[in-house]
Design a protein around this ligand. Structure first.
Ligand code: WTA
Length: 664
């Protein structure tokens, strides 16, 4: 990875001086502390002996068929082996053991379809379904080490399929249902999948969005000969083409034997491959294994989300196509025997407020979502959540991008009724589980900061030369010690793993994010280093300017890019969506633009004043809701946008291009 050589320490010193929020904190309430899962003994134990701490957590969180005697083998660094001589079955840990413990009647999944169809699935039922599905897949020839690609909507069968694959010691590779046939093809080819599990279609905004045609198209392409069968869940009821290799899920499922005895597999047996798009080039197949991954998934889920399985109703809004869906919809919550909500649709279908209705309907206590969703809710207006109760909520989580302090405050006030702690969790596909987050009941919360590594994780912010920065400084976020859920490599490309993550700072995992350490030692993740701008030799964080813009009462959402500029190297260009209230009340848009430029100059400093502010209806986003700055930068600079396959809606770009064309 190439990283621009810049002086982070100097420019961020200036930044720190301008960040009054370092001092705003929310200590845990005594009521929360009284019943909190985590306490400070976790930090003490982890700092006393980190490796022993993980061994203890693993024994506490999981049932091992063969107990491990070796905790960490780092002799082939950076390829770690955790708990390597132990054996377990991942699915059994997520299912059967809860039934054996007498919790079979506890609800595992409250499913709500986009159209309002519902299913309540207990741990006993889910266990039975997974056993049968494991027999079904075994009948199609799936065994240990085989790869199965999963291309499904967010429906219970997706969870059942993942766990059935895990139960067999096979490897799943979930491809998000919004990805194109070509992306699917490339992933099938790279993984060498034997079986693909899909659905005829899924529901979205009252209509069926077909999935099977993309599989058909993918399998007509090159490199997919490895696929022997396609298993099709009936969901959309839409007409589909049928080939000899296709099988209906319901037929095969009904024909499969009901009971399946789970076999134990070594801790390092691969569990899944998940492809992440790097900034350029071919997607990387990140490989995760069993024992270490499940240990960290369960441990972080329990402690970061303060899980009381006997009474909590947890809801993570992520799709299973992303790592958040793997770790915090499937493996973490189920390993902990928690009741959760699974919702197929979007936040605002058929009308705004659907999410908040679901919170009330199921009595959700812990909600985990992305800042982009929070900002979208802000944009829609607080009257929508205010018309709901939301009284059951007691803890809120954030993931996926830096959450600006204003969104954090809004999330706490409007959704959390000024009562709920918020955990801002930093992690990545590659880290497998949460790495940096407050611990509710322990940490004094600071809006906008991910704050501290969870006990057992050691993170450091370093400068260009790999030297640790002092409080007040900033640089690159690195992880200095191996952790259980760390990626074990890139599928089929070990060299790329070493080069991408371990070569920039020898001996350290470099995450690709910039971060700041404040005066109290809290970490503020600033976003990918490629989102950093250099204006007249001063480094500016896009996230920081965005945060300032969103702090303006008229702004709902903002994206900032550094556009090439003859005079200053780069110039700050802001794209903003304004709130509904502002749309209704503002008559002079030019005046608002000037106001916003002045606002940023005032909040951060004249150097940050945007050269241009474009007011638009929508920002270009991926299907997972991340703003695609690469495209925004290209549009801003009037360059060809190139590959737009990651976008949820490409028409957004055309609208943006009209703005810049007008400017030129
Ligand atoms: C970003 C998602 C700031 C970061 C779990 C990281 C965050 C990338 C946060 C990984 C956070 C994730 N604060 N930035 N709390 N969480 N990120 O692989 O840039 O989809 O490198 O994993 O998201 O994205 P990924």
């Amino acid at each position: 990875m190439t990283i621009p050589q810049q002086d982070h320490t100097r420019t961020d010193q200036t930044r720190t001086d301008r960040t009054p929020d370092d001092e705003t904190t929310f200590p845990p309430s005594p009521e929360f502390v009284a019943d909190a899962v985590a306490d400070s003994s976790l930090h003490d134990a982890a700092s006393a002996d980190r490796v022993a701490f993980w061994a203890e957590q693993s024994r506490l969180m999981l049932d091992w068929r063969t107990p491990f005697t070796s905790t960490l083998d780092w002799s082939a660094a950076p390829f770690a082996r955790w708990f390597a001589d132990g054996e377990l079955n991942v699915a059994e840990n997520c299912l059967d053991r809860h039934v054996r413990a007498g919790n079979g009647e506890r609800v595992a999944i409250h499913f709500e379809g986009a159209n309002g169809d519902t299913r309540t699935i207990t741990y006993a039922q889910l266990t039975a379904d997974v056993q049968r599905a494991a027999n079904m897949l075994a009948g199609l020839g799936v065994g240990q080490g085989d790869r199965v690609v999963v291309y499904l909507p967010l429906i219970p069968e997706a969870v059942v399929t993942m766990l059935a694959i895990a139960r067999l010691g096979a490897i799943h590779s979930v491809v998000f249902g919004g990805f194109s046939a070509e992306s699917l093809r490339a992933r099938i080819e790279d993984a060498g999948a034997k079986v693909v599990v899909t659905a005829d279609g899924g529901w979205r905004r009252g209509a069926v969005s077909p999935l099977k045609p993309a599989v058909d198209e993918a399998l007509q392409g090159e490199g997919t000969d490895s696929v022997e069968h396609v298993l099709v869940v009936q969901r959309g009821g839409n007409d589909i083409d049928w080939t000899d290799r296709d099988r209906w899920w319901h037929d095969e499922f009904a024909a499969a034997a009901p009971e399946h005895e789970a076999q134990a597999f070594p801790a390092e047996n691969p569990l899944f491959i998940l492809y992440t798009s790097g900034t350029t080039g071919k997607p990387k197949g990140i490989v995760h294994t069993s024992g270490g991954y499940l240990t960290q998934a369960a441990y972080t889920h329990k402690n970061v989300f303060d899980m009381h399985p006997e009474k909590d109703v947890y809801w993570c809004t992520a799709d299973i196509g992303w790592i958040t869906g793997h770790t915090y919809v499937v493996y973490g919550p189920l390993a902990n025997g928690v009741t959760q909500v699974l919702y197929e649709g979007t936040p605002d279908e058929p009308k705004p407020g659907r999410w908040w209705d679901l919170v009330d309907a199921y009595g959700v206590t812990v909600l985990y979502t992305a800042p982009t969703a929070v900002r979208a809710a802000m944009k829609a207006g607080r009257q929508i959540p205010e018309a709901r109760s939301l009284e059951t909520l007691r803890l809120l989580g954030s993931v996926g991008e830096p959450i600006n302090p204003e969104a954090w405050q809004w999330y706490r006030q409007v959704i959390g009724h000024d009562r709920t702690p918020i955990v801002d969790t930093w992690w990545q596909t590659e880290t497998g589980g949460i790495m940096i987050s407050a611990l509710p009941g322990v940490t004094k919360l600071k809006p906008g900061a991910a704050q501290t590594p969870v006990p057992g994780i050691v993170a450091e912010i370093v400068d260009d030369d790999g030297h640790r920065v002092d409080p007040g400084g900033s640089g690159y976020l690195t992880i200095t010690e191996p952790w259980p859920a760390m990626a074990r490599g890139i599928w089929g490309d070990p060299d790329r793993f070493v080069e991408t993550y371990w070569s920039r700072f020898p001996g350290r995992y470099f995450a690709g994010d910039g971060a700041r350490l404040d005066g109290q030692g809290d970490i503020w993740v600033q976003g990918r280093v490629d989102d950093v701008m250099n204006v007249s030799g001063h480094r500016l964080s896009t996230a920081e300017i965005e945060s300032a813009l969103v702090g303006h009462e008229g702004v709902a959402e903002a994206a900032v890019v550094g556009a090439a500029d003859e005079t200053t190297g780069q110039a700050v260009v802001a794209w903003v969506c304004i709130t509904e209230e502002a749309q209704a009340s503002i008559t002079d848009r030019d005046a608002l633009v000037q106001d916003l430029r002045a606002w940023v100059a005032k909040r951060i400093g004249p150097i940050a004043r945007p050269r241009d502010v474009f007011i638009v209806d929508e920002l270009p986003k991926t299907r997972s809701g991340k703003i695609v700055r690469r495209l925004l930068r290209a549009v801003t600079e009037g360059r060809p946008v190139g590959d737009t396959t990651t976008l949820a809606d490409t028409s957004v770009l055309t609208a943006l291009q009209q703005h810049t064309a007008r400017k030129r």
